[in-house]
Design a protein around this ligand. Structure first.
Ligand code: NAG
Ligand code: NAG
Ligand code: NAG
Length: 346
């Protein structure tokens, strides 16, 4: 009998956690009063909808509880977790007292650009991470703090980016814009001095963005409609090591000669395109993905211009499967040049 009652109480508690919190405002007041009376010594200023564990006093956990609004964030909070709710908007002022916020986690909600206040984030001078992926945003939120280093906007509905969207964000190192509807990005990346990772997979780009940051280390452009790589493109980005262009519309015509023969590149993914030849790559390249193209011949000169005992390719991974060549097309000398490749997938 006791167990049954307990289960019932637990059921009610559980139900209330799963319900809309706005209906329980009176409980919030009650709780505040209790705090005042010192009923719970450990309890700190924390909205009823959330948990603020005493073991991690600067964090506020409000994820996965069907919230429709961002609750008030107390001033001592630095990390706020609001992911996996049904939040559609953020009204100006919610974060006004929480100027120490360092992380704001809001992925997997239903955020709509029209319901986000103009200055929601602008006062958060210490904001480091803003995670807004998997929402319904059609625009980059305006007035983002310049302190952000990690900005995630992937899996939204952004089609156009205003030229000043990322202005002055000199500390931004990671920018995720994958799975949006971007066709043309213009020069919005200018001035992102610290950006090392740009993810623009699954958009509608028809060309490689211009004016990319000089420090860029990883550039992910898979699943777009890119047909060509500009001549000398990689010489402009000497820090670029990982370049992924799989699932685009690249043809041999779109690749100027030697465009990938750049000694700084470590990984090049050109799989699922329409290439008929193996492009010339540097001996320093380590991973080359060329599967699912229309490659008809194996040209060893693409990897080693001369073949000698001391000079060979550093390639470890070479994928050529789902092309129009077979193992018989690979000449015996390949063993000298490609001596680090364990096996060639054809
Ligand atoms: C912000 O803090 C002040 C002073 O502690 C308080 O009076 C006010 O209600 C807080 N603002 C919000 C939005 O809760
Ligand atoms: C690739 O670049 C290297 C170094 O700049 C150069 O020596 C080599 O001839 C180039 N390979 C081809 C096939 O153009
Ligand atoms: C190996 O090739 C590089 C670049 O192609 C060249 O600079 C170097 O002199 C070559 N080394 C030897 C030992 O042939």
């Amino acid at each position: 009998m006791r167990t049954v009652v307990l289960l019932l109480i637990m059921g009610i508690v559980d139900l209330s956690i799963g319900q809309r919190y706005s209906q329980f405002h009176w409980l919030s007041h009650l709780r505040a009063r209790r705090q005042h009376a010192g009923w719970q010594a450990e309890d700190v200023d924390c909205p009823l909808e959330c948990d603020c564990p005493s073991t991690f006093p600067t964090a506020m956990y409000c994820h996965s509880r069907n919230l429709q609004h961002v609750p008030y964030v107390p001033s001592h909070i630095k990390y706020v977790y609001l992911q996996r709710n049904q939040i559609t908007g953020i009204q100006d002022g919610v974060f006004n007292n929480a100027t120490n916020l360092v992380w704001v986690v809001l992925f997997h909600n239903q955020l709509n650009s029209d319901k986000i206040g103009k200055n929601v984030f602008s006062k958060l001078k210490n904001l480091d991470r803003l995670l807004l992926d998997h929402n319904e945003l059609t625009r980059v939120p305006p007035n983002l703090p310049k302190s952000i280093t990690d900005l995630r906007l992937g899996h939204n509905k952004i089609s156009k980016i205003l030229p000043n969207s990322f202005e002055g964000m000199a500390d931004l190192t990671t920018l995720q814009l994958q799975a949006n509807l971007i066709e043309d990005i213009g020069g919005v990346f200018k001035g992102l001095k610290s950006l090392t990772m740009l993810d623009m997979r699954k958009n509608k780009l028809r060309k490689i963005p211009d004016n990319l940051p000089e420090r860029l280390h990883q550039l992910y452009l898979e699943f777009n409609n890119i047909e060509s790589v500009p001549a000398g493109f990689l010489t402009m980005y000497p820090k670029l090591q990982f370049f992924r262009l799989a699932h685009n519309k690249l043809t041999d015509k779109g690749l100027p000669s030697g465009v990938f023969n750049i000694s700084t590149l470590v990984e090049l993914d050109l799989s699922f395109n329409k290439l008929e030849k193996i492009p010339v790559v540097s001996r320093n390249l380590e991973n080359l993905y060329l599967q699912a193209n229309k490659i008809k011949e194996f040209s060893l000169s693409s990897f080693c211009s001369t073949i000698d005992m001391t000079n060979f390719s550093k390639l470890r991974m070479l994928r050529l499967d789902a092309n129009e060549i077979s193992a018989r097309d690979i000449p015996a000398e390949a063993a000298y040049c490609l001596r680090r490749v364990a096996f060639i997938d054809v």
